[in-house]
Design a protein around this ligand. Structure first.
Ligand code: UFG
Length: 312
């Protein structure tokens, strides 16, 4: 059963998910912040566990509109948790982010590293939601809360049917490169080449979205048979610079990605990559796809859907 308000998605995406899985599922077009709708959904269905993805996610926008981010992301979690408690549903897998670590001074980042201070309101909402869920577990309101701290999800499903469809000009590196690569945008701005990294550009831990999806399946299986608030890094453990990614994309597609060096983007950290070994040992999950595959799948999606999902 799926709930979405299509604030950053389209019905075509759901239809294509059904096509890929060969399965039908119940769908509600609702906002998770709608209390009455949530109550009704929990009353009408037998729900064993919830995977909570709902929330706004653009870092820059959150700096410009903090109230919007605190209000949307926290109200969604309040409402959802209230509905869960009322219905006796006590297992949650939560879509968290590496952003909770803020500017970590050590890599690879392990789950027991200090969290916060975060560098923007979006990150703060993720950290607050983790705290809310862990307090609920401590109080017995939830039995299990599994927080998956995503590093940098990229790529698309190998069918080319589902992928990233950003609103307007992309903020994130990969959708930007994909649009430059097919000529929709003229060139990529590389934000800074004077960081303390192997080539001066920012280093991140990119993870294929299909590996990320599989992590949720493993987390859910584990959550059903375990208790407590748990935290797992979801990354490959490998750091690639912006120039590495440009090179990998060019290699995967055979097309040049024109770029220019620009000033640093405020709030960016030099290096962020995970130690993903806890997820491997406890959840039995490990990333399978490397950077070439991520770029190939991103390009397939972009060339098959140059204007994103159709309106239907
Ligand atoms: N970059 C560019 N040019 C661009 C876009 C990005 O050079 O046009 C660089 C950035 O400076 C950074 C790297 O590419 O070095 C990755 O940037 P993204 O915007 O793709 O991703 P971030 O690492 O900034 O942010 C991501 C998610 C956030 C999450 C964060 C956690 O988008 O939701 O990781 O660390 F909070």
């Amino acid at each position: 059963m799926v709930v979405d308000n299509f604030s950053n998605s389209k019905p075509a995406a759901l239809r294509r998910v059904k096509q890929i899985c060969g399965k039908d599922f119940v769908f509600y077009e609702n906002d998770v912040r709608d209390r009455e709708a949530m109550k009704k959904i929990f009353a009408e269905n037998r729900i064993d566990a919830v995977i909570h993805f709902a929330g706004l996610k653009a870092v820059g926008e959150s700096v410009r509109k903090p109230l919007l981010y605190y209000s949307h992301n926290l109200c969604a979690t309040f409402n959802l948790c209230e509905a869960m408690i009322e219905a006796g549903v006590r297992i949650m897998v939560f879509s968290s982010s590496a952003t909770v670590y803020g500017n970590s001074d050590r890599v690879p980042i392990r789950e027991d590293f200090r969290i916060g201070p975060t560098s923007n309101p979006y990150g703060e909402t993720k950290l607050m939601q983790e705290r809310i869920l862990s307090d609920m577990v401590a109080a017995g309101e939830l039995r299990t809360a599994v927080m998956l701290r995503y590093f940098n999800p990229i790529g698309a499903h190998e069918s080319g049917l589902i992928g990233e469809d950003p609103n307007g000009i992309p903020n994130n590196l990969l959708p930007y490169i994909s649009q430059v690569s097919i000529g929709k945008l003229p060139y990529l701005s590389v934000f800074g080449n004077d960081y303390d990294t192997h080539d001066g550009t920012g280093v991140r831990d990119y993870i294929h979205v299909v590996d990320l999806a599989r992590a949720h399946v493993c987390a859910l299986r584990h959550a059903v048979g375990s208790e407590g608030a748990q935290y797992y890094n979801i990354g490959t453990g490998i750091g690639y610079s912006v120039l590495d990614i440009i090179g990998a994309y060019e290699k995967a597609t055979g097309r040049k990605v024109p770029y220019r060096i620009s000033p640093r983007r405020p709030g960016d950290v030099a290096v962020s990559y995970s130690d993903p070994s806890l997820a491997a040992s406890v959840l039995g999950w490990k990333a399978q796809f490397g950077i070439e595959r991520m770029c190939r799948d991103a390009d397939r999606w972009q060339t098959m859907n140059p204007d994103g999902y159709p309106d239907e």
